[in-house]
Design a protein around this ligand. Structure first.
Ligand code: ATP
Ligand code: MG
Length: 408
């Protein structure tokens, strides 16, 4: 069975609110596009946006208590200086003109550990027409049974065994309400890539695998799977790679004497291929990105950290186009410092993060900044506008109070 079977490929997050989570005391992103890029100075919160989805996904798949422990409990999870609950709110549509769904999750901690203050899922936005599909407060609440007779379903009271159990995660596994199970699959399936060259060069041992792991150490196994199950897709990936890495002929996953699998890169001029251990960092990264973006059954949301690292700048606008193409099948959130990558994007797709005088991060869409759309209509490229200082925020040489640094 496909891992993401049953998930509508058209589900897209349109809004994200994060409160009291690390550097985000109160972050609101509205009108999020299927492809969105985040830029800004070091420490402005780009990676933390991806961490929101990684934290939620881990909480859903391994339980809140485990994720809370691994992420340093509230000492590290909660914004410095705040004593309020950590809140996540996702606004999404399961299909393009479907009703707006809102998922709200508020978390707290006390001496017994983490717990859910409140968790609800609502369908529709106007008060009169909206429907609460699920609502829980500290372990008690209800799920709306849509199969029950009557137009509006029936509220089925439920009690969870523990106050740290996520209701959507628990009830999403039984199909009383299909919207709850869609949300569970969506959050569990979010994939945040943390590709590392050294991990991709490892000779990990496992069977064929459908999806790349966050660090990419199962690269050879995913290639083996693609070659066997999706040869046409694999050919597309190799073609794309050949166009970008001069002289590269093919990539293969070869069995090793110890029953492992090793990635080998074959360059056209040589008879023998080269093991992944000695392959170039950029080649491996590019291969991994292509595998993620051309995935025949992609995760519902993909986060990619600074794809520009190790890639030639001329490849970045092409990668941006490929990301947009893939965003027809999945949602893509990308952090970047690269004007070349930005050159391939639209102002609606770009968010500049910055930190205020209070230390917390905020976000501004390039499309909402003065003059940006007009300059672009006149032929300017987004990356050039950014580096030339036309963005109102996100310049590391400008202090939160608008003053320039003495060095800037
Ligand atoms: N609990 C917290 N409260 C407030 N701020 C925090 C908390 N935890 C981490 N931070 C701050 O959040 C900032 C944002 O980090 P993040 O990794 O998201 O930045 P970034 O924009 O990805 O930077 P880079 O470009 O260097 O990758 C860090 O500077 C860190 O000091
Ligand atoms: Mg970062």
């Amino acid at each position: 069975m496909k891992q993401f079977d049953g998930l509508p490929a058209s589900l897209r997050i349109e809004g994200l609110t994060v409160k009291n989570f690390r550097v985000f005391r109160d972050l609101r992103l509205e009108k999020l596009t299927p492809l969105a890029a985040f830029l800004g100075p070091n420490g402005s919160g780009k990676s933390t946006i991806l961490d929101v989805f990684a934290f939620l996904s881990e909480s859903f798949s391994g339980g809140l208590r485990k994720a809370w422990e691994q992420w340093g409990r509230f000492k590290e999870l909660r914004s410095r200086g705040s004593m309020e609950p950590v809140i996540f709110e996702l606004k999404y549509r399961e299909k393009p003109r479907g009703p707006l769904m809102t998922y709200h999750l508020a978390l707290e901690e006390d001496s017994r550990g983490p717990y859910i203050v409140e968790e609800w899922l609502q369908r529709g936005k106007t008060a009169g027409k909206s429907q609460i599909l699920l609502e829980f407060k500290q372990g008690t609440g209800f799920v709306l049974d849509l199969d029950a007779p009557g137009e509006n379903g029936r509220r089925m009271p439920e009690r969870l065994d523990d106050r740290d159990i996520l209701a959507v995660s628990a009830f999403g596994q039984i199909s009383r309400n299909p919207h709850v199970s869609v949300l569970r699959r969506f959050i569990t399936g979010c994939y945040i890539s943390r590709l590392a060259g050294d991990d991709m060069r490892k000779r990990a041992e496992s069977g064929p695998q459908e999806h790349l792991s966050p660090a990419g150490e199962n690269l050879a196994y995913v290639i083996q799977y693609l070659q066997q199950q999706h040869p046409a897709r694999w050919e597309q990936i190799i073609q794309a790679l050949r166009h970008r890495v001069p002289q590269l002929e093919y990539v293969q996953a070869l069995p090793t004497l110890d029953n492992g699998l090793e990635l080998q890169i074959k360059d056209a001029p040589f008879l023998e291929s080269i093991p992944a251990k000695y392959a170039s960092e950029g080649t491996l990264k590019l291969l991994a990105y292509l595998i993620i973006l051309y995935d025949p059954d992609p995760p519902p949301l993909i986060g990619i950290e600074e794809p520009e690292n190790h890639l030639h700048p001329r490849l970045l606008p092409i990668l941006a186009d490929e990301c947009r193409e893939a965003s027809g099948r999945t949602q893509l959130l990308i952090t970047t410092h690269s004007p070349f990558f930005l050159n391939g994007l639209r102002p609606e797709e770009v968010w500049a993060l910055s930190r205020g005088e209070d230390g917390y991060a905020r976000a501004h869409r390039a499309a909402d900044m003065r003059g940006i759309k007009e300059f672009m209509k006149a032929g300017a490229l987004l990356g050039s506008l950014w580096t030339e200082g036309y963005f109102e925020v996100g310049d590391p040489s400008v202090r939160p109070n608008g003053m320039n640094h003495p060095t800037g």
